[in-house]
Design a protein around this ligand. Structure first.
Ligand SMILES: NC(=O)c1ccc[n+]([C@@H]2O[C@H](COP(=O)([O-])OP(=O)(O)OC[C@H]3O[C@@H](n4cnc5c(N)ncnc54)[C@H](O)[C@@H]3O)[C@@H](O)[C@H]2O)c1
Length: 281
């Protein structure tokens, strides 16, 4: 970010930010970037996360109210929207930065999934976007011309073995974003997913093999892995009026990883490994 004071891109806008747990969370960084750009917003997370995390600190520094909500429970999503209306009024943007797979947490391989866990993974990580949007529309919380961003991962298109059923959850999340984008376009409302590169956060660190995925992506991406703050800056552009005709897209924010075949750095490292192997034979 070249201007620490920001550009006033979100001046006068109001938002709802899901998924800030601690100061490494992408949602936490998005909240700080939104504040820098002049927005006001409410923060939400699951009641258990509010006990384990440090969201209170972010609420104090930004003046944002915290509204607890387990997004897998429709009655909690409905109650949340009523509180948002009371405390903030209608909103112009929503960030969905929510992901959780008990199968990934318990290191269950894709060929040995627990189906109750699969249900939870899909419900929390993907169907929750549907619940949030359906409820926001029914309760008329989202302003015309608004913008919704959900965070995704390239596992939706290409298989990363350790990401287990989250590959499926992200594919469903992206599909829900497209479906709502198609239906809300008549009101000028955009719905997009940002497919972020591996980022060191609580969710990221919980994935077995995360360090390998992180290093591989960083070496293959010509620009290297983007940080959570860089992701936040990108989300700000999507919430702003500068991207009013961008909708139903899955936007890769990955330093070029998704399009690059191989990098000079990776090639040199593989050649070195090969030379070592030849030397040992
Ligand atoms: N970290 C990465 O490498 C990476 C890469 C690409 C995409 N993402 C996505 O970014 C998003 C944010 O993840 P993060 O990396 O900042 O990690 P994080 O752990 O900080 O955020 C995940 C959030 O989901 C919340 N959550 C879980 N269950 C919930 C429920 N039932 N109701 C409400 N909230 C619930 C958690 O409390 C937490 O705040 C996720 O969708 C994740 O899949 C992360």
């Amino acid at each position: 970010m070249s201007s620490t004071n920001g550009y006033g891109l979100l001046k006068g806008k109001k938002g709802l930010i899901f998924g800030a747990l601690d100061d490494r969370s992408i949602a936490w960084r998005v909240a700080l970037a939104c504040q820098r750009e002049g927005a006001t917003f409410a923060l939400s997370n699951a009641p258990i996360a509010l006990r384990l995390g440090t969201l209170e600190k972010l609420s104090e520094s930004t003046g944002a109210p915290i509204i607890p909500c387990d997004v897998s429970k429709i009655e909690e999503v409905e109650a949340l929207m009523d509180k948002v209306k009371d405390e903030l009024g209608n909103v112009d943007f929503i960030l969905h930065a929510i992901g959780m797979s008990p199968n990934v947490r318990k290191k269950r391989e894709y060929t040995d999934l627990d189906y109750n866990y699969v249900q939870q993974s899909l419900d929390i990580s993907a169907v929750s976007l549907h619940k949030i949007l359906q409820t926001a529309v029914k309760k008329d919380i989202l302003n015309d011309g608004g913008s919704v961003v959900a965070l995704s991962y390239i596992g939706a298109q290409r298989i990363f073995s350790k990401y287990s059923d989250m590959n499926d959850a992200k594919a469903l999340l992206e599909s829900i974003a497209r479906n709502f984008g198609s239906r809300l376009g008549s009101r000028g409302i955009r719905v997009n997913t940002v497919s972020q590169a591996p980022t060191i956060t609580s969710a990221g660190a919980g994935i077995k093999g995360f360090d390998g995925m992180y290093e591989f992506a960083d070496r293959l991406a010509p620009l290297g892995n983007p940080s959570a703050d860089e992701c936040a800056d990108y989300c700000v552009t999507l919430f702003s009026d500068l991207t009013r005709k961008v909708t139903m897209q899955n936007l890769f924010h990955d330093g070029g990883f998704s399009t690059n075949g191989i990098s000079e750095q990776l090639m040199a490292e593989l050649e070195k490994l090969n030379a070592l192997k030849d030397g040992n034979e």
